[in-house]
Design a binder for this molecule. Structure first.
Ligand SMILES: *Cc1c(COP(=O)(O)O)cnc(C)c1O
Length: 423
């Protein structure tokens, strides 16, 4: 296959999603490949923030019930807009909290340790915050995380094997929490098979969708997943600290939230101000306090773009982009000491490429200096995420060309091989 720049131009010409790129603010015209850490601002998200600030200006207290998007119902509306991205019913999804607080809420709700079943199963590759949350939830129940948090090991420190995870689903496990896509290697876990295996063994299972929502399709309802949670500032482009989301399977709508608050109330009852909590009859019950309206606002514009583009089309382009990137790296950087450490197969590959190199920290600094924004992960990882809504095939070609020059000219040697405070 001829994969030179002409190929990139051809792919960009026939790209059905190409018109979305002009809706985003591209920072300093750099090639932005860090959308899996913080997605870019779109004009639509900017407008929806402006719109929401104006509702405050115009309506003051009446903004809760007035205007085009009354604040009182905004979380439910955003939940319904998110539902198609994860294959859920609208009532099963609510925009609320953050990844970590939603995980706390869901574990507080679903982890009911019994005499024999009193452990939580996770994995040794997950994002630290998830592990901290699980450890503290165990401590709250008087259990020792050293013995009651079981973490599935990874043989290669990059990926997890379905069989290894299932092997750990023993009869002392009450609850399983796993990522849908691993944040470093980008591996997609087989959520359908894992859910079926957990349920056969009487175990509840939930997934952290931070690195998959907005990037790959999901069928959570069909797979019968019990719960899920995510942030919205990565692939969903909601902005720094934008309001997260959670999913609770409708069969669990009768469960009392582990952490109750008045915004989890049945909306008809909330302002009765009674001291008896009447939870909403849907995922909204798992909200706690007053929604962060100004941090939810960008999602109105951002999610509209996903509805228009369609998650299947986004996934198709994303797979082509990452495939092209891997091919170019194989062809152009074969002798430069890089290892492609993400799974290569389509069904296992998320929306970013994970490269390893002993000089990774300073190669990332050199890339930034030369106009490519990557993402560094300790101790030697470079994540490159060409995002379907705003990156082009030409971005990918240019990135590899720049990276090749950095390696040939050893341009990275001018930097220290050490990460900054934020990497
Ligand atoms: C990004 C990310 C988080 C971040 O959690 P916040 O509560 O949003 O800060 C947690 N877990 C995973 C797997 C992530 O990728």
């Amino acid at each position: 296959m001829n994969i030179d720049r002409t190929y990139a131009k051809q792919m960009d010409d026939k790209d059905m999603l190409k018109h979305f790129r002009q809706e985003f603010y591209l920072p300093n015209d750099a090639i932005y490949l860090d959308g899996n850490s913080l997605g870019l601002l779109s004009k639509r998200a900017e407008q929806s923030v402006e719109h929401m600030v104006n509702t405050w200006k115009t309506y003051a207290i009446d903004g809760w019930g007035s205007g085009e998007d009354p604040w009182f119902y905004l979380s439910e509306k955003l939940g319904a807009l998110s539902a198609p991205l994860i294959g859920a019913h609208a009532a099963e999804v609510i925009a609320t909290g953050s990844t970590t607080t939603n995980l706390h809420q869901l574990v507080a709700t679903f982890f009911k340790p019994e005499k024999k079943r009193n452990k939580i199963l996770a994995d040794e590759l997950n994002f630290p915050s998830d592990i901290y949350a699980l450890q503290s939830q165990l401590q709250l129940k008087g259990l020792d995380p050293d013995t009651h948090l079981v973490q599935v090991p990874s043989a290669d420190q990059h990926t997890l094997q379905t069989g290894d995870i299932i092997e750990q689903m023993t009869d002392d496990i009450a609850l399983i929490v796993l990522p849908s896509v691993l944040y470093r290697s980008g591996q997609i876990l087989d959520m359908k098979t894992l859910t079926a295996a957990a349920h056969e063994r009487g175990i509840l299972i939930g997934f952290d969708l931070c690195h998959s929502i907005g990037a790959i399709p999901h069928h959570l309802s069909n797979w019968d997943v019990d719960f899920a949670f995510w942030c919205t500032y990565k692939h969903l482009n909601g902005g720094p600290g934008s309001v997260g989301g959670l999913y609770v399977n409708e069969k669990h709508f009768n469960k009392r939230p582990g952490l109750s608050g008045w915004f989890g109330s049945d909306k008809e009852k909330q302002f009765d101000m009674a001291h008896t909590f009447t939870p909403a009859a849907h995922a909204g019950a798992f909200q706690i306090g007053t929604p962060h309206i100004l941090s939810a606002a960008p999602l109105l514009g951002a999610l509209e773009m996903f509805s228009e583009a369609g998650i299947e089309a986004i996934r198709e382009k994303s797979l082509h982009l990452t495939d092209y990137l891997m091919n170019l790296i194989d062809q152009e950087l074969r002798d430069d000491g890089f290892t492609i450490a993400n799974p290569k197969a389509d069904h296992e590959r998320g929306a970013h490429i994970f490269l390893e190199h002993p000089e990774a920290a300073r190669i990332c600094k050199a890339l930034k200096q030369d106009g490519v924004i990557p993402d560094y992960r300790e101790p030697n990882g470079i994540r490159l995420a060409p995002v379907a809504l705003y990156n082009t095939f030409d971005d990918v070609w240019t990135t590899v060309t720049i990276l090749k020059r950095i390696m040939r000219e050893q341009r990275y040697l001018q930097f220290e091989n050490k990460r900054g405070v934020i990497a």
